[in-house]
Design a protein around this ligand. Structure first.
Ligand code: GDP
Ligand code: ZN
Length: 459
């Protein structure tokens, strides 16, 4: 990993400026081959962290490529801990690409996805959970999800993991001493002490895992499905929510053939709303729910908003929808309250006794605030203060924690049964190892490759 990498670090397209950056020991040498300035002959250590004005020149043709600012940053106080050079040129596709090509021609290699951050990790500047927080910050959909990833980048999760691993390592050390020197006059480990320590770790793992649901929602959005027979007002509802709440810009394709997906920001909760609209007129929605994607969506939903039409009697389709939502987290909208009422509200309340039921007139904007507030209440039930809480947002972390939880449960079991120390040690060690994969202390090359391949090039 001693070669020098180069990449365009800004988004490709029309922009005020674009940045090409290099990392590695040859960065300065390569930069000096293509950078010209009237006063300064060469970038050198004395120019560390100074922004210098000049030109990028193709040395072979002696042709000016662009007018730039350039900065040399000497390692190890850089993002990657290596020597780095950043070139600020005009935005737009052509200048950045031509400058990138020159750096490649004079000795740099095109960086892989996330390779700058990977180097930061491999050089010990960030642990793995912090490196992963960098992707999450880039992808954050709301201020709150951004706060959580910033927190993680600052090392909040790393600290929790480190504390647990310290306890475990301490347990391992005590066990080993007791096994290796059973007769010596040293303090032998007691089962009581082991149990106490294991319980502490168990509790910490459990606490972290209890945040994972909210974490996933913050990261990926609260999966919300709008259900209702044709013409009850599903699309009108989606449009009304979109109008009143800032839509989140996302590169997730919004519209598929039969389903419309939109992201909205409800006071920091990213809501991913799915309107089953496309299924509506042509086919029987409820039939479809039995078989295909619509069913899958309902299964995966965190929340279902079921819409009924107050101006009509309860139909067969409505009843099927009621069946579907019985065991799901759902909010019931009794819509079109502005029209003469036909639907028997009492009946609905009787069949769905535990559900939140709201009377709405979507066309008149009635009941929407109550809906939004109910969604917020659901999410915040159990109060959370994101700024100060470590929230597990990453599926990989969650899975590692689940494994570690199993290990420590096995360990506790073995301790309670007074099993031999070396049996207990196996569980403790596995727990320690699985937690270490979160921070990257014990991690394999292919896991690393997979994680960093999710980054963009230039980060
Ligand atoms: P969808 O098929 O469930 O998506 O229903 P739409 O949103 O397309 O609405 C069907 C029709 O019902 C449209 O003409 C809407 O304007 C109308 N509609 C929706 N909500 C209300 C409401 O609260 N009151 C009245 N009177 N009409 C509504
Ligand atoms: Zn519709």
């Amino acid at each position: 990993m001693t070669d020098t990498i180069s990449a365009i670090s800004t988004a490709i397209g029309e922009a005020g400026i674009g940045i090409v950056r290099m990392s590695g020991k040859d960065s300065i040498e390569i930069a000096n081959k293509i950078f010209k300035d009237e006063k300064i002959e060469k970038l050198k250590d004395g120019e560390n962290r100074k922004l210098i004005y000049g030109h990028i020149v193709d040395p072979e043709k002696d042709e000016i490529i662009d007018e730039v600012l350039i900065v040399y940053m000497k390692g190890p106080y850089t993002y990657t801990r290596e020597d780095m050079v950043e070139i600020y040129c005009h935005g737009g596709v052509i200048p950045v690409r031509r400058i990138l090509e020159l750096t490649l021609k004079y000795g740099a290699r095109l960086a892989d996805r996330g390779e700058f951050t990977k180097r930061a990790f491999l050089n010990g500047r960030l642990d793995l959970s912090q490196a992963e927080a960098v992707i999450d910050m880039i992808n954050a959909k709301t201020d709150k999800s951004y706060d959580v990833s910033l927190n993680q980048l600052e090392g909040s999760l790393s600290k929790e993991i480190r504390e647990m691993r310290d306890i475990l390592l301490n347990m391992i050390a005590h066990i080993e001493v007791s096994i290796d020197f059973p007769d010596e006059d040293i303090e032998e480990v007691t089962y009581e002490q082991l149990e106490e320590d294991a319980k502490r770790v168990y509790k910490k793992i459990d606490n972290l895992l209890s945040t994972a649901d909210r974490g996933r929602i913050l990261r990926d959005g609260l999966n919300t499905v709008i259900l209702g027979k044709p013409n009850v007002g599903k699309s009108s509802l989606l449009n009304a929510i979109l109008r009143e709440n800032r839509a989140i810009v996302t590169d997730v394709p919004g519209t598929t053939r039969d389903i419309i997906e939109e992201y909205v920001n409800i006071d920091g909760i990213p809501l991913k709303i799915v309107d089953t609209a496309g299924i509506r007129d042509t086919e029987d929605l409820v039939e479809k729910i039995g078989v295909d994607r619509a069913k899958e969506m309902v299964d995966k939903a965190d929340l279902i908003i079921a819409v009924f039409d107050m101006s009509e009697d309860l139909s067969k389709e409505d009843k099927k929808i009621i069946d579907i939502i019985q065991n799901k987290k759902s909010i019931i909208l009794l819509n079109k309250t502005d029209l003469p009422v036909k639907l028997n509200e009492k009946q609905i309340r009787k069949i769905l006794p535990d559900k939140k039921i709201i009377n709405t007139s979507i066309v008149k904007g009635i009941g929407l605030d109550e809906l939004i507030n109910s969604i917020k209440d659901m999410f915040y039930s159990g109060e959370m203060d994101i700024k100060n809480e470590v929230v597990i947002t990453n599926v990989r972390h969650k899975n590692q924690l689940l494994k570690a939880k199993n290990n420590i449960e096995d360990g506790l079991e073995a301790i309670k049964l007074n099993m031999p120390l070396d049996c207990i040690e196996v569980d403790i060690r596995n727990c320690w190892k699985n937690l270490g994969e979160i921070s990257g202390d014990t991690v394999t090359e292919d896991i690393l490759d997979k994680i960093f391949s999710e980054f963009c090039i230039g980060k």
